[in-house]
Design a protein around this ligand. Structure first.
Ligand SMILES: [Zn+2]
Length: 174
């Protein structure tokens, strides 16, 4: 079944009162900042949102987003597919005072001018944050032949670390 499109913004209070659940897609063409942060976005974004009122009567929402993107491996410079996955829990706030009072488990999100929150911005921010700082293939998939020498180098370093023990053993056997 074709998923519905994620609304750009919602009223989080009304949504929490209704226990609104969303299981939606966002067109990859709308994620301009994510597109700039990657080589390309490979599919439309899967998103889920669940609005609720917590035990402290705070209106909160939990969400997740995932999509495959292509990035460049920083070790071999070849393209690689990275599965972006983000999970988040937000509590909408109007001001810093509310923000400071929030329990640590929630991230604050500010209402826009229409008393709504922008879901597309949240999804895009969260997906960008989920990108690796330095993208690298798994070692077995990486084409970088230099890896061999890097690995050899690391081994040497490890051996150097072992040297004190070897020296100790030699001492003992004197
Ligand atoms: Zn690579």
């Amino acid at each position: 079944m074709e998923k519905v499109k994620l609304p750009i913004s919602v009223d989080p209070i009304k949504s929490a009162q209704k226990d609104l659940k969303l299981d939606c897609k966002i067109s990859k063409n709308l994620m301009k900042r994510l597109a700039r942060s990657t080589n390309s976005i490979l599919a439309d974004i899967d998103t889920q949102f669940l609005f609720e009122i917590d035990q402290q009567k705070l209106r909160i929402f939990r969400g997740s987003a995932k999509v495959a993107v292509e990035v460049t491996c920083q070790r071999c410079n070849e393209p690689m597919i990275y599965q972006c996955e983000a999970k988040f829990t937000y509590c909408p706030v109007h001001n810093q005072e509310q923000e400071h009072k929030l329990p640590d488990v929630y991230e604050a999100i500010y209402y826009d001018g229409n008393e709504e929150i922008n879901l597309h911005d949240i999804v895009e921010d969260e997906l960008i944050l989920s990108l690796p700082q330095i993208a690298k293939h798994a070692i077995e998939d990486c084409l970088q032949s230099d890896y061999e020498s890097t690995f050899g180098h690391l081994e040497n370093e490890e051996q150097q670390h072992l040297n004190p023990f070897e020296a100790l053993i030699k001492l003992k056997h004197r």
